[in-house]
Ligand binder design. Sequence first.
Ligand SMILES: [Zn+2]
Length: 182
Amino acid sequence: MRLRRTKRRPAGKESPAGKRQPPERAPSPVKRTAPARRPPAYFTVAGIRLDLELERLRGLPAFADGPLTKRRPELKVRRASTRPNRVGFAVPAEHRLQVTAYPGIRPGDVLETLLHELVHLHVGRAREAHAWHGRTFKTTLARAMEEAYGVRGVGARSTLHGAYAEAIERLRAKPQLEMDLA
Ligand SMILES: [Zn+2]
């Protein structure tokens, strides 16, 4: 049995349904948290685009199955005239973090702070001794540092800002081959 062809419609009276786009051509859904509309310069510290680096870092295996992979946190960059005691902080309950730029800050300094605060967002307040900087935090930070920058052998000793910064700076100064072997 042959299917009957639809009658050709007169020109200019095409069915609106015929113009509907197939579902796969529909625009992608709006992200729950649109990126902050700030200029690239706002996120640039020591020559590093922190917003782009954050996007890379939150895809690290160390952060798999955590809140960072699901949703981009809000990042704020503060600019201080001198180096403050607190170079960054994170608020896991609000999924946001802040890093502070200051005169003379190096890439290693700001990258250390950014990743340190991201680990806070991933771990939150652990149910263990030294909840914020306890064993889980140290282990996760050490793993993330290795995955992100190839830094090893620092994490078990210190969660203070500075130790990883030095390691990142040393590795950045080396050729890629040595960095892989470090
Ligand atoms: Zn901390």
